[in-house]
Design a protein around this ligand. Structure first.
Ligand code: BG6
Length: 490
């Protein structure tokens, strides 16, 4: 059993309290933490949104959300009632004046508590909510603001958001969430790399051939077409989640686990990304858009039908990225992410170089390179593919075998959702797993180059049938280099 260290008492104000993120992720995550005894009895979770409902109605909605998004077997007797009693609600207009006095009055009841403000709203409101918080004297030393993505749609808009929030909150009190950093296996990547000498010594261009990062989803745009069509896979997934995974894979050892030590190292990786320009964008990137097909045996519509409009937005992107540094010179990072893929699968594959020479008979034997597969989902775990001897007499035959650790089976406990960890880190004031302003802006500066290069090209995204691994051009992208995507249907 993991030990649970209670956090300090807090008043957490969730703006966007009736929205999708709060319902699907934040309330269930807080419920789990409460049920596990991590949230002190004196804490409150105060929902805030424009919707004119009372506390009773908010509590009912929260109860429904938890019943919907937490499996019934995980809800212990009495825990739901206990949790609901900690919820409060104020109708507040983030962009206007209404409701702020009531919120201020509520918070004034307990001025000394840690006070996270979670902005689960549209980013257009971040600036005005922060200004209102300042105007009503609601920001103190123990306040923190949590920003959900997207933080902008390009460098310019990201800077505008960061400036507006930065006018009232010092950087140490700003927590920019990338929920991938809260996934257990992502943190395990740090453990794997920096707590094991065997991997650290091998983490170099001499030994590693290339790295693949895949984040595949089976879902389509799920009623979020309005947001998604203005965004696309590059902005929605690659600029943040995949680049963060790349940073943790490629960064040098930080001096320690302090927020700035880790973020300094990630920033160096982002700054070392080779810019993609109009000159090479066609060779190193592939955009796709799903058409009608079948996922998990069920027929699904194409993106344009769901959207009911014409669109050049990509629902899939694959690219070859280079990190221009001493350690990584000549080691490509192949990234791909898409909606409506055959399975939900996120993994980082570190492929080592093939052995230089085979002493075994037959060319096919002994040359299969080792691979380290770090699985984020499903079945979080780590697998090292090694060559072994086929058992039995009859000569020396080799075959690849896996050293396989499934975390759930090994530790026999539920794997918490990323938001559980991240929310408690906010209360603790630990920003190691959150993005600093300069990181977000460096990631946008690089992504802007790709977006600009695409905008200059006449091509539209290539179609791929829902339920496939993207357009065939994505396969060609890696095969041109004599490599293949790691595909292993489970
Ligand atoms: C979000 C994206 O950040 O991550 C969504 O906006 C995507 O489009 C989601 O579906 C994927 O998260 P997870 O944790 O389900 O892999």
């Amino acid at each position: 059993m993991a030990s649970i260290i209670p956090v300090a008492s807090f008043d957490c104000v969730v703006f966007g309290a009736t929205g999708d993120l709060t319902t699907r992720k934040l309330l269930p995550a807080l419920f789990y933490r409460f049920q596990d005894g991590q949230i002190p009895e004196t804490s409150r979770i105060i929902g805030a949104s424009r919707t004119e409902i009372g506390v009773a109605e908010f509590r009912e909605r929260a109860r429904d959300a938890i019943k919907r998004f937490v499996p019934p077997q995980d809800i212990r007797d009495g825990a739901l009632d206990g949790f609901i009693a900690h919820l409060d609600y104020v109708a507040v207009d983030g962009a206007g004046d209404d409701g702020w006095e009531a919120l201020a009055a509520k918070l004034a009841e307990r001025p000394d508590l840690v006070r996270p403000y979670y902005l689960a709203t549209s980013p257009d409101l971040y600036g005005s909510i922060c200004r209102n918080l300042a105007r009503h004297g609601l920001i103190g030393e123990k306040s923190r603001v949590v920003l959900e993505k997207p933080i902008g749609k390009d460098l310019k808009s990201a800077r505008a958001i960061n400036d507006a929030v930065g006018e009232v909150f010092p950087e140490e009190q700003i927590f920019r969430i990338d929920h991938y950093l809260g996934k257990e296996t992502v943190q395990n990547l740090l453990a794997l790399r920096f707590a094991n000498t065997i991997f650290d010594r091998l983490w170099t261009a001499d030994v590693i051939d290339h790295v693949q990062i895949t984040v595949a989803e089976t879902v389509g745009v799920e009623g979020r077409a309005g947001y998604y069509d203005k965004s696309g896979a590059l902005r929605d997934m690659l600029q943040n989640h995949l680049l963060q995974l790349l940073c943790l894979t490629a960064m040098e050892s930080p001096l320690n686990l302090d927020a700035n030590a880790v973020r300094d190292e990630k920033l160096k990786v982002l700054r070392a990304l080779k810019p993609i320009t109009a000159h090479d964008v066609q060779q190193v990137t592939v955009r796709g858009q799903y058409t009608a097909g079948a996922v998990g045996g069920k027929p699904v519509e194409g993106y344009l039908t769901e959207l009911d409009a014409a669109s050049r937005t990509e629902t899939f992107v694959a690219m070859k990225v280079e990190v221009q540094s001493w350690r990584w010179a000549g080691v490509p990072f192949y990234l791909r992410t898409g909606k409506r893929m055959p399975q939900k699968l996120s993994e980082i594959v570190v492929q080592f170089r093939a052995s230089p020479f085979s002493i075994f008979p037959g060319e096919a034997f002994g040359r299969e390179p080792n691979r380290l597969v770090i699985r984020l989902q499903p079945q979080e775990g780590i697998k090292l593919e090694v060559m072994t001897k086929d058992p039995g007499p009859g000569g020396m035959r080799l075959r690849p075998t896996n050293l396989d650790i499934s975390f759930e089976e090994t530790f026999k406990q539920r794997y918490p959702d990323a938001y559980e960890r991240l929310l408690m880190d906010v209360v603790r004031g630990n920003a190691t797993l959150f993005m600093r302003r300069d990181e977000v802006e460096a990631a946008w500066a690089w992504a802007d180059g790709v977006l600009g290069a695409w905008a200059d090209r006449p091509e539209t995204p290539r179609p791929y049938p829902a339920g496939t691994w993207g357009p065939t051009a994505a396969i060609a992208l890696i095969e041109r280099d004599g490599r293949t995507w790691h595909e292993e249907l489970r």
